[in-house]
Design a binder for this molecule. Sequence first.
Ligand SMILES: NC(=O)c1ccc[n+]([C@@H]2O[C@H](COP(=O)([O-])OP(=O)(O)OC[C@H]3O[C@@H](n4cnc5c(N)ncnc54)[C@H](OP(=O)(O)O)[C@@H]3O)[C@@H](O)[C@H]2O)c1
Length: 328
Amino acid sequence: MKAFVMRTYGTPDDLALTDLDKPVPADGEVLVRVRATSVNPYDWHHIIGQPYIARLMPGTMGLRGPKFAIPGCDMAGTVEAVGSAVPGFRPGDDVFALLRDGGFAEHVCVPADLLARKPANMSHEQAAAVPMAAVTALLGLRDTGGLKPGQRVLVNGASGGVGTFAVQIAVALGATVTGVCSAKNGGLVRSLGADEVIDYQTADFTRHDKRHDLMLDIAGSRPAASCRRVLTANGTLVLIGGPAGRWLQPVGHMIGMFAAAPFVPPRIAMADTGRCGKKKEHLQTLTGLIEDGKVIPVIDRRYPFAEISAAVEYSAAGHVAGKVVVPI
Ligand SMILES: NC(=O)c1ccc[n+]([C@@H]2O[C@H](COP(=O)([O-])OP(=O)(O)OC[C@H]3O[C@@H](n4cnc5c(N)ncnc54)[C@H](OP(=O)(O)O)[C@@H]3O)[C@@H](O)[C@H]2O)c1
């Protein structure tokens, strides 16, 4: 099989298209012929090995080199073979999953407890756009944020991968949404169901007159003390991401937000998809919303498999509207 391999930290251009043996599924695993993947900021962080502070954090990156050889955490494809002790999957089934690694390849072995059936009304390309971004949005809104029908949500960073899913999921869960994005993406965010849109280039959303029950902070552009102004007295601020940096960011931003927590009345919590133990259940919930027509992935660009480095570079520039997908 062909796969994009990185043996040392470097740049997306250092990803090497390599011929490897097709993997063999172990007990409890399923071999999937990958039909599409999508790109996330997570992939770029793991390719370049930054921020450096993350190399010191247990369970994240390797200290001197990558923990895994093949990046790519989003995958949609077709089951090719099934290991022993895997009930429920057969060759030919269309599936998708949120992986730790291995998605930038023609084949991947996936533990069955991560694998969900692909939504019936979606192509592999559309399904591959879903896992990391939509699971993060669902986790942040419903599980960490405790969103209830009738509540008001502010999504800071509403036009990116996580944000375009967050707006749609919040609306599907019965919330009224304010989206923060640039003017060029205002129409997109409104079309996804946002009641109101604030242009971050011309207005400070933390000076907005409305109060919200929940703020999903995907862009990480303002300090906690300012964000509290858009929240009700019992509101919740859920941290998802922030601007990338070489040494600390976005980890430093999260640490700063938590350091301010004792002095900021609303609750502050972090949604960490990497540590979420219910990825398959979340994909199944998302499949329900997708098949009901309540959530539709927004695809900004498609790149051929051979040009995956360019796809990662485009994502890393930080201005994707929706998702970047790569058919394989
Ligand atoms: N905690 C977790 O488990 C988890 C999981 C997934 C992602 N993340 C993190 O969440 C963040 C976003 O991920 P993503 O996949 O959504 O990234 P993305 O798709 O690359 O997001 C890009 C979007 O952010 C918008 N944006 C940039 N600066 C902004 C600002 N100051 N205010 C509002 N919007 C702004 C851009 O709009 P313009 O083009 O208009 O600037 C663009 O549409 C990253 O930091 C990522 O690492 C965390």
